[in-house]
Design a protein around this ligand. Sequence first.
Ligand SMILES: Cc1cc2nc3c(=O)[nH]c(=O)nc-3n(C[C@H](O)[C@H](O)[C@H](O)COP(=O)(O)OP(=O)(O)OC[C@H]3O[C@@H](n4cnc5c(N)ncnc54)[C@H](O)[C@@H]3O)c2cc1C
Length: 391
Amino acid sequence: MTVWIEIDLCNGCRRCLRACPYDAIEIKDKKAHILERCTSCGTCIEVCKEKAIKSDIKPREIPDFSDRKGVWVFAEQRDGTIHPVTFELLGKAQELADELNQDVSALLLGYNVSSIVEELFKYGADRVFLADDPLLKNYRTISFTNVIEGLINEYKPNIFLLGATHIGRDLAPRISRRVGTGLTADCTELSIDPDEGILLQTRPAFGGNVMATIACRYSRPQMATVRPGVMEARISPKKGHVIEVPVSFDENQIRSRILEVVKAEKKGVDLGSAKVIVAGGRGVGSQDGFKKIEELASILNGEVAGTRVAVEEGWIPQERQIGQTGQTVKPELYIACGISGAIQHRAGMMNSRYIIAINKDPSAPIFQVADWGIVGDLHEIVPEMIEQLKE
Ligand SMILES: Cc1cc2nc3c(=O)[nH]c(=O)nc-3n(C[C@H](O)[C@H](O)[C@H](O)COP(=O)(O)OP(=O)(O)OC[C@H]3O[C@@H](n4cnc5c(N)ncnc54)[C@H](O)[C@@H]3O)c2cc1C
């Protein structure tokens, strides 16, 4: 199998260059050239508007998805309380739906939950699918999957978003398998491709060393989960309508029974709702060094957090780790002290409103996401900040 470029047709637009996952195209004299490392994957062929890229591979046809409309959000609730990630997803869903000129729908499943429908309208849902039934009182994979699979097959949404919570992470793969589509887990950014109108789903990949953007071209709905705290909720009340969804199966068709619900004691800190976070990394140097970080946090009425290194060194507990394998936060102010800004750490804090970074290395990557950068020794700067704030 070979891929080649009809030089006369190529206009040097670079779309193929950007699309090639193997870096196997170069532009020379304003024309694209295929390099030896090409694997004939065919990605470039699909993006070339000039049809200048030829191959003996049969291109895969993109099905007609013109009947797929709407951005859906799974409205996760427990005991009648909607999980905040639902509102965050509704915020993003409105943005995506506006670009596509489509509507936002929320899927609310549970028992005796009709009273909370209004909250979904308040945060931007145009329509709520409400399945209110004793069989849905507690979350069970099969019962929830059955209801949602039926809705997707009947109403054919374009995009379906779920929170990357315990429930979302269990439910999303089941649904995607049932309806025969892909799923991108733990996205940190979602946007619409301006040319193709498809969902671009960005998430950390290869151990967090790169941010990969994934598109689902050949199946619908385009499904993604998003971690809590990543997107922004916005109040934009809608005069929406409710579609009541009947439950058409019985208890015998659900393979699990809930015998007892044991509520785990809520432990640890909820960094997700902190307005100010002062975080430390390896540069803090010791547990003793964290005392100044704690003092600064306390003056600012904030919380202490840190990198994985700070956790591994035993300077802070694991529940205070920020990043890809820790918590995702979005405070008003994030002060990063002695933190290099590895991508795995940035994934958990880069959506903070304002970021101040203190680092003695002016080329530390944390400065790429910081609003204010202070180059210097944190052991001098943090005490100085404390002094000045006390004054
Ligand atoms: C799969 C995977 C998941 C991961 N998940 C996470 C995660 O969730 N969260 C996370 O944080 N990391 C995570 N990591 C680790 C991550 O890759 C980095 O190793 C880690 O974030 C680095 O922590 P650090 O910035 O504290 O340390 P370093 O990278 O060593 O940086 C220390 C910084 O402190 C500065 N410094 C030193 N002394 C001073 C001083 N006196 N004053 C000012 N600045 C000083 C240095 O210039 C340096 O920039 C993960 C890694 C992998 C592979």
